[in-house]
Write a protein that binds this ligand. Structure first.
Ligand code: LHQ
Length: 262
């Protein structure tokens, strides 16, 4: 699709591939990129879009360097809170609400809000040369765009605090050791590996996959007994899906399941 100024959206075999495309600014989140990203996610979310998995990556040598610091000046009266609420939160909330798995393929630096977007994915793949940076403190800001929620849950409080307070680069291999990413692959294999994984997910039982995302996000705040109830409700829904019937039939007939995403 060519409707976007600052990103490329392709849809292949049920997988939407979003490539952030401001390489000269390391894919910094300009007003236009934020508009394009929100529109692309909304397009993907539309019933009838045929999309069953989303992959986000960056063009050039970066995944995303966070907020575009060159745009809009830095006057003290500018309200960054309002900026977050108006232009970042809709993106993050729409991403979180998607009824399909989300992958990020972190091809280079993921800094600031760019790191927040990367680690909000269900599966984070990183190129060997990629790194993560809680850049906020380096410019006198607090972490935002969901970082203070997601990062400690992924790597634990001690590591999250140090990353946020020191503003140092976390290389991909260490991010793997810390549990921030699912896997690290050679730079030249990253996109290919992510697309293969994305297409596999796009051919999977979408209702079960979206149920997994929802349950895991609910588990952050639920008690044990609330979570058992949430699992039962989600399982009632998944158990009635055509894909569940197909999965069980395929097992009995000793063949590959053909999931349709409903
Ligand atoms: C950039 C950027 C950039 C503009 C590189 N903007 N041009 C949300 C909203 C409201 C309030 C505030 O908070 C937020 C969330 C946030 O995300 S705050 C955090 C914002 N991001 C940062 O502070 C990271 C800033 N960038 C860097 O620290 C470095 O560029 C990194 C470490 C990402 C990469 O370093 P290098 O590989 O050495 O590349 P570089 O610095 O030479 O950058 C290449 C070009 O990209 C350069 O332009 P130039 O014209 O000199 O070639 C940079 O100015 C430009 N660029 N990040 N965020």
């Amino acid at each position: 699709m060519s409707d976007f100024e600052t990103l490329i959206l392709d849809i292949e075999d049920g997988l939407a591939i979003v490539r952030l495309n401001r390489p000269e600014r390391l894919n910094a989140l300009s007003i236009q990129l934020k508009k394009d990203l929100l529109a692309a996610i909304r397009h993907v979310a539309k019933p009838g879009s045929g999309v069953r998995a989303l992959l986000i990556t960056g063009e050039g040598r970066a995944f995303c360097s966070g907020a575009d610091l060159a745009e809009g000046g830095m006057s003290a009266d500018r309200d960054m809170g309002a900026n977050l609420i108006e232009t970042y939160h809709p993106i993050l909330l729409e991403l979180a609400a998607l009824d399909m798995p989300v992958i990020s393929a972190v091809n280079g630096v993921a800094a600031g809000a760019g790191m927040s977007i990367a680690i909000s994915a269900d599966i984070v793949l990183a190129a060997r040369s990629a790194y993560f940076l809680q850049a906020f403190v380096n410019i006198g800001l607090v972490p935002d765009a969901g970082s203070t929620y997601i990062l400690p849950r992924l790597v634990g409080s001690a590591r999250a605090r140090a990353m946020m307070m020191l503003g140092e680069r976390l290389p991909a291999e260490k991010a793997l050791e810390w549990g921030l990413v699912y896997d690290v692959v050679d730079d030249d294999k990253l996109v290919e590996t992510a697309i293969t994984l994305g297409k596999r997910l796009a051919g999977g039982p979408t209702m079960a996959l979206s149920g997994i995302r929802k349950l895991l996000s609910e588990s952050d705040n639920n008690s044990y007994s609330e979570q058992l109830t949430a699992e039962a409700i989600a399982q009632r829904k998944a158990g009635r899906s055509e894909d569940c019937i197909e999965g069980v039939m395929a097992f009995i007939e000793k063949r590959e399941a053909r999931f349709k995403g409903r």
